[in-house]
Design a protein around this ligand. Structure first.
Ligand SMILES: Nc1ncnc2c1ncn2[C@@H]1O[C@H](COP(=O)(O)OP(=O)(O)O)[C@@H](O)[C@H]1O
Ligand SMILES: [Mg+2]
Length: 311
């Protein structure tokens, strides 16, 4: 069974002054059971809207959504028993960590104290058990928001930008926690992020959302293949290159994409070790201007920027 199947989702918001805003256009996707699935895209791409629809919080204008084999619009209650969502740091401000988890447990009719205590321990919140939500650090607020997502022992969780606004050290811990939970509980996780590196670290498969539309989807490997390039060669120069050399490089057969700005040349190639010799051959008259050469694997960011340009 698929964890999520959605077809042809369209979503418009009515705006305050009587206008409307198209937030999702013809979105279809499938999420496999047990995977970590990433919805990646810049601000206002439609990530929160999409995740809200998949988690039964919003009904779109059009389209179908099946969650864990159930109709997400007709069987809302049954779906909600099996899923949960963490979206923003907006928990009841005056409840302590313990009270907050108790509150959400009660919302699901769960009375086991054990489960609450396990969550407090597992999310390293023992020292803050009686601290009110409002008094917690942003990192601990985020941990509590994640912990409360597990009160009903869900099979599928949605995490909306779980590391946005956290300092790098806390963000790293939260990512590690997401990986651990995924492994230990063997559940499906759907997360949104605008951090490419986060998606690279965590996600088995990814969709890129841009202006409400999916512009690409697949595994990281598949996505990197879409732009035909696996590697990036980056060469920094001490001064400007002349147009003749640039056009020679730009037109070279094995260079898939090309970027030159601020005296820095970025070349997207199939295999940097193979191509670097050819490139240096072409740049021969300018060797004394080369400050630095580096070769790296293409990142999801490279893919996204390239795809957003084509869209
Ligand atoms: N309640 C709302 N009313 C009107 N427009 C909205 C509302 N929520 C979101 N939008 C608009 O819909 C688009 C998608 O928003 P959102 O799903 O929040 O994107 P993301 O989570 O990727 O930043 C944005 O242009 C946003 O301004
Ligand atoms: Mg959002």
């Amino acid at each position: 069974m698929k964890a999520v199947v959605c077809e042809d989702i369209w979503m418009t918001y009515k705006t305050f002054f009587g206008g409307s805003k198209l937030a999702l256009r013809d979105v279809s996707l499938e999420i496999e059971e047990g995977e970590i699935f990433g919805i990646l895209g810049p601000n206002a791409a439609g990530k929160t809207t999409l995740i809200s629809i998949l988690s039964t919080l919003l009904i779109p204008d059009r389209g179908k959504v099946k969650v864990l084999g159930m109709d997400a619009f007709r069987e809302i209650k049954k779906v909600r028993e099996r899923i949960n969502i963490s979206s923003g740091l907006n928990l009841p401000w005056s409840l302590s960590v313990y009270e907050c988890l108790k509150f959400f447990s009660l919302a699901y009719g769960i009375l086991e104290e054990n489960r609450i205590e396990n969550l407090i321990e597992s999310f390293e919140l023992s020292d803050f058990r009686d601290v009110e939500f409002e008094e917690l650090s942003t990192g601990n607020k985020q941990k509590l928001s994640l912990a409360k997502t597990f009160v009903n022992d869900p099979d599928l969780v949605f995490l909306d930008e779980p590391t946005t606004g956290l300092d790098p050290e806390v963000a790293r811990k939260v990512r590690k926690k997401i990986e651990d939970i995924h492994r230990e509980r063997n559940i499906t996780i759907v997360l949104t992020t605008h951090y490419m590196a986060e998606a690279e670290q965590l996600c088995d498969r990814i969709v890129f959302l841009n202006k409400g539309k999916i512009i690409a989807e697949g595994t990281q490997k598949e996505l990197k293949k879409i732009i035909g390039a696996k590697d990036v060669i980056s060469i920094e120069f001490s001064s400007k290159l002349d147009e003749k050399v640039l056009s020679k490089v730009r037109e070279a057969k094995n260079i898939y994409a090309f970027d030159y700005r601020d005296n820095k040349l970025l070349l997207y190639v199939d295999d940097s070790e193979k191509r670097v010799k050819e490139v240096l051959g072409m740049l021969n008259p300018f060797w004394d201007k080369i400050k630095k050469i580096s070769m790296e694997e293409a990142t999801l960011e490279d893919v996204f920027l390239e795809l957003a340009k084509r869209d």
